[in-house]
Design a protein around this ligand. Structure first.
Ligand code: HEC
Ligand code: HEC
Ligand code: HEC
Ligand code: HEC
Ligand code: HEC
Ligand code: HEC
Ligand code: HEC
Length: 363
């Protein structure tokens, strides 16, 4: 059915009337040549006031086309979708152990709590929290997120500018359902000393371990790290087999044994050979692998680094306080950089007192 005909037929419905009058031109799920009917491919019937007239509710309405082959074949049979459309089955992503709980609960409820506040009984996310079903989409192209968002300073946005603006709708002060006490807003504050460049552009400084150097001003997305464990899966932070919905395994244990799998996640972008070859921090290998002769165990990257941003330190240094305690004598926990490859640490770790311990990179 033609859009104008559909609109004409439904203008009695107040809800639709408003939208038809506004007639947002760039709707493009709507304009997609793969949909046989710009509106009727998703909307059915004549509707009730306040209801979007979808055959199925929420995510189920998306899985009719973005679900199994059977579901898609049914849509083709019903004449809603052209047979040549190639769409991924998204459901397996959401069925993974660490995923956005789209199927938990019904729609959003007034007494629902943000995941940030932990213990949230019905906290969940809908496809339409992150995707506008009326958005213009071209397969394989980056999306323009025509959904609501929040800025880092808590400013409401009618339309998110960056991907992270969407995440900040739900992940705010104390990030994550597991309530680790960390704050995403603080992690990614533009005033922080260092960050994986999500909210401000990269410095353009050469980092020896990177497989791909990042140009000055370059940006990362949250979903560069929080996404499927399978690189061939659909893009996006839908689900992963690994904790924190990361693209790879990341052991955060205080006394972990180093191997390619333990830090698979970091090694996806930072060359393991370079890290263990001490190309930046001359004591990387000693700390990460431990020392068999001295009888010390290795420790996780997370003992020294945060993966988001460090308010106070360069090089994403933010010590894990479960591993590190104040140094005897000075009572301080401190990292001081004296330029790349040179610095001091004042702290106590694995029984060793660094008061301070210093390092210097020598070519
Ligand atoms: C890809 C599926 C899809 C297509 C195509 C589509 N819609 Fe929608 N529409 C939805 C979904 C899903 C919702 C519910 C959104 C929500 O819950 O926030 C919705 C909601 C609406 C609403 C309720 C107000 C709102 O925005 O939430 C109106 C009106 C509407 N659609 C009109 C249209 C018209 C007119 C067209 C054709 C030009 C169209 N839709 C095409 C999926 C679609
Ligand atoms: C009637 C079938 C149908 C329904 C229902 C449907 N979609 Fe789609 N969707 C498509 C098609 C076809 C495309 C590819 C558009 C193109 O390439 O022109 C697409 C593309 C997308 C894309 C972009 C994919 C890319 O590769 O960039 C997203 C995101 C998306 N849909 C989300 C949703 C969400 C969320 C819902 C539920 C609210 C939904 N879709 C419901 C058919 C559908
Ligand atoms: C509508 C609310 C909502 C939005 C928007 C949202 N999330 Fe979530 N997120 C949740 C909920 C609910 C959970 C599950 C928490 C739980 O199960 O304890 C979650 C879980 C996560 C987790 C796993 C946390 C953990 O402790 O394992 C990550 C990572 C995550 N989201 C990242 C993102 C990213 C990246 C974005 C933006 C692209 C985003 N989220 C947008 C609600 C949201
Ligand atoms: C460079 C990779 C990377 C980027 C970029 C990234 N994260 Fe994370 N995120 C991680 C890792 C790794 C963890 C696990 C905790 C840790 O080690 O710090 C994590 C943890 C989380 C958690 C759970 C936190 C908790 O304390 O329970 C949430 C929620 C989250 N990230 C959301 C986001 C959002 C939203 C963005 C974008 C603004 C983002 N992340 C950007 C790697 C990343
Ligand atoms: C927490 C936010 C969030 C939720 C919830 C979410 N998505 Fe996504 N989705 C994204 C982001 C971000 C991308 C990647 C965009 C990019 O890279 O351009 C994406 C990508 C996609 C794509 C394109 C994948 C590809 O590579 O072809 C489809 C299709 C899609 N989502 C469908 C869905 C459906 C269906 C649901 C609900 C069942 C859903 N999404 C829920 C954030 C979300
Ligand atoms: C998706 C790719 C990606 C992943 C995964 C990733 N990083 Fe990075 N990392 C980067 C990029 C790109 C930069 C360069 C940022 C810049 O130039 O500002 C960087 C920079 C860094 C820096 C130096 C920051 C500075 O300002 O000096 C450290 C430390 C770091 N990463 C540690 C880690 C650790 C630890 C992990 C695993 C928990 C990890 N990264 C995972 C892409 C990644
Ligand atoms: C004992 C603390 C410690 C541990 C454990 C540690 N790092 Fe570092 N790392 C540092 C310090 C200190 C620097 C900064 C060196 C300088 O430039 O002065 C650094 C620098 C870096 C850099 C930036 C420069 C570069 O490209 O090499 C990356 C990336 C990095 N570390 C990744 C990792 C990864 C991945 C792990 C785990 C496999 C890890 N680090 C474990 C202390 C640590």
């Amino acid at each position: 059915m033609d859009r104008s005909v559909w609109c004409a037929m439904n203008t009695r419905r107040i809800l639709v009337a408003v939208l038809c009058v506004l007639a947002v031109p760039a709707w493009a799920h709507v304009d997609s040549p793969l949909l046989t009917d710009p509106c009727g491919s998703c909307h059915v019937g004549h509707g009730e006031k306040g209801e979007p007239m979808l055959e199925k509710v929420e995510e189920a309405s998306c899985f009719r086309c973005h679900g199994s082959d059977d579901e898609r074949n049914r849509m083709v049979a019903l004449g809603h979708l052209v047979p040549s459309a190639v769409l991924h089955d998204m459901r397996p992503e959401f069925d993974k152990a660490f995923s956005h709980p789209v199927e938990r609960g019904g729609g959003h409820l007034p007494d629902e709590q943000l995941p940030s506040y932990g213990g949230a009984k019905v906290s969940h996310a809908e496809c339409v929290d992150c995707h506008n079903p009326h958005e213009r989409v071209t397969q394989g192209k980056a999306m323009n997120f025509s959904v609501k968002g929040y800025s880092l300073t808590g400013q409401y946005q009618e339309r998110a500018v960056y991907e992270y603006n969407i995440c900040l709708k739900c992940h705010t002060d104390v990030s994550g359902g597991k309530n680790s006490g960390r704050s995403l807003v603080r992690d990614f504050a533009r005033t922080g000393r260092s960050q994986h460049p999500v909210t401000r552009g990269a410095s353009g400084r050469r980092m020896p371990s990177l497989f791909e150097q990042m140009p000055a001003g370059g940006l990362m997305k949250c979903s560069d790290c929080h996404r499927s464990d399978d690189p061939d899966s659909p893009r996006g932070p839908h689900g992963s087999r690994y904790p924190f919905m990361l693209s790879g395994n990341y052991s955060r244990a205080l006394d972990a044994d180093e191997n390619p799998f333990a830090y698979e996640f970091c090694y996806g972008c930072h060359d393991r050979t370079s890290i263990l070859g001490n190309e930046s921090f001359p004591l990387h290998r000693e700390h990460i692998e431990g020392d068999l002769v001295a009888g010390t165990r290795g420790t996780s990257c997370a003992t020294c680094h945060t993966a988001h941003g460090s308010a106070d330190n360069p090089s994403l240094i933010a010590f894990n306080l479960q591993a590190v305690s104040p140094a005897d004598g000075t009572g301080r926990i401190e990292f001081r950089s004296m330029g790349e490859g040179t610095g001091t640490c004042t702290l106590k770790c694995h029984g060793y007192n660094h008061a301070p311990g210093s390092y210097q990179w020598t070519p």
